[in-house]
Design a protein around this ligand. Structure first.
Ligand code: NAD
Length: 436
């Protein structure tokens, strides 16, 4: 049993802290956000993540999982300190490192014995060394020793618990053999493959992995755009490509591009890291541009189908950046809905989970509804932005009868062309022939 403190109780800190408790450690999750900690102490989960509530409840009841705003006290009482604070995109596109540096400072101020400081946040290469300097400079007791480790996180929102409990691999980077060994042992109960490396390579692995996946998405979206022009079907193309084990079928779903809290900021951050290091990462810059343009594909399809958007009523189905999460960070809906309003359309919106998070970020003119069917009533077209289960399974006959015009623009390729034809829809999807 290890005593672990996790600084930052967001999507990553809360899930990984809870999973460390689940495998038998004593974990204190801390955060500067008092509301978040107060909720957690009352058994309320501040984010939507399937399965998390039960896991938090069980480990809190077993006195393995605690929540506090007293970061200093939590640090003093633990021997492994995880940093899991946010590293959002700054105005320049670089990773904003202020929260990581705040965490490093408070760790230094509370370093009362040997501790291993593990960075789980996604951070530019060199941050581990910077954390070491900040901790060193803020040490209250000069004799205390510490080591720094990079252990990037690869979980996906929506399946975070399963991703954490059955992780593909744990990447652990450090220049201390002792710290590498302890953090490797900590991961043994997960039964995962452990990949040990140096600090800088571990930091780079996270960016390289995420930007590679983003590249796959922009690549298949570009192929989809060509498919539309030459009469091919991108879903068949992706399936045929993915059967090649060198390529693999994952991350080859054409659509409206990636969003969320990771890919947009990590692609920008790595492009900046490359620029700073004197390398023009043209490929990645093109991945970013391709992704930004892809959101407008839905707009032009809608405009064409309706002969302009002024005065048109549009049903937007799905607001979160992907299903099974309430996370709205860089969700395509945040670009598409304001654009629809700007072009004179009115918007009725639906999402099973993310409406509260969406409402604060979207213009006040948007109307929200509790059911898919209710949302489409009297609309001139329906646009699908997130492939939630209840959207994929919506009753097509009812939807057709409630729509003013039977037009669907599907940014996620949720339906077969045959089903759309059978129900008499005009159906525009991504990289597939239009059904008229
Ligand atoms: P988040 O915004 O959900 O949570 C960060 C938390 O840190 C917030 O609750 C905030 O209040 C807290 N915080 C900030 N400064 C603090 C401080 N000084 N002391 C204590 N708490 C502090 O962020 P997230 O989505 O959990 O991401 C965290 C990191 O993990 C980021 O670097 C991200 O890139 C990376 N990551 C995220 C995901 C994901 O799917 N969300 C996946 C892999 C990696």
């Amino acid at each position: 049993m290890r005593k672990i403190t996790v600084i930052g109780t967001g999507y990553v800190g809360l899930v990984s802290g809870t999973c460390f408790a689940e495998i038998g450690n004593r974990v204190v999750c801390c955060d500067v956000d008092e509301t978040k900690i107060a909720k957690l102490r009352q058994g309320e989960i501040p984010i939507y993540e399937p399965g998390l509530k039960e896991l938090v409840e069980r480990n809190a009841a077993n006195e393995r999982l605690y929540f506090t705003t007293d970061v200093g006290e939590a640090i003093q009482a633990s021997d492994i300190i995880y940093i899991a604070v946010g590293t959002p995109m700054s105005e320049t596109g670089e990773a904003d490192m202020r929260y990581v540096m705040q965490a490093a400072k408070i760790i230094g101020e509370n370093l009362n014995n040997y501790k291993i400081i593990v960075n789980k946040s996604t951070v530019p290469v060199g941050t581990g060394q910077l954390v070491r300097m900040v901790v060193q400079a803020n040490k209250k007791y000069p004799w205390t020793r510490f080591d720094v480790v990079s252990n990037p996180e690869f979980l996906r929102e929506g399946s975070a618990i399963a991703d954490c409990m059955n992780m593909d691999r744990a990447v652990i980077g450090s220049d201390s053999e002792q710290a590498l060994e302890i953090i490797a042992q900590l991961h043994e109960p997960f039964g995962t493959r452990i990949f040990k490396t140096d600090l800088e390579s571990a930091e780079m692995i996270k960016y390289a992995a995420n930007t590679f996946l983003a590249t796959k998405i922009s690549f298949i979206n570009s192929i989809a755009n060509i498919c539309e022009r030459v009469g091919a079907n991108v879903m068949h193309v992706a399936e045929g490509m993915g059967l090649d084990s060198r390529i693999g079928g994952k991350f080859l779903q054409a659509g409206i591009g990636y969003g969320g809290s990771c890919f947009p900021k990590d692609t920008f951050a790595l492009a900046h890291i490359a620029d700073k290091a004197g390398y023009d990462f043209e490929l990645l810059k093109s991945v970013i541009r391709t992704n930004q343009k892809q959101r407008y594909v839905v707009m032009s399809k809608l405009r064409e189908a309706l002969g302009g958007l002024t005065g048109k009523q549009i049903a937007v189905l799905g607001l979160a950046f992907k299903p099974e999460t309430d996370d709205m960070r860089y969700a395509p809906s945040l670009t598409i809905i304001p654009e629809l309003l700007k072009q004179g359309a009115s918007v009725r919106a639906y999402d099973p989970i993310a409406v509260d998070a969406a409402r604060v970020q979207l213009p006040p003119e948007v109307h929200y509804y509790d059911h898919v069917e209710q949302t489409v009533i009297g609309c001139d077209a329906c646009v699908i932005l997130t492939e939630w289960q209840d959207i994929v399974e919506m009753d097509l006959g009812t939807i057709r009868s409630f729509l003013n015009q039977p037009i669907i623009v599907d940014g996620r390729n949720c339906f077969s062309l045959e089903a759309m034809q059978e129900h008499g829809f005009e159906y525009h999807s991504i990289g597939r022939p239009t059904i008229n």
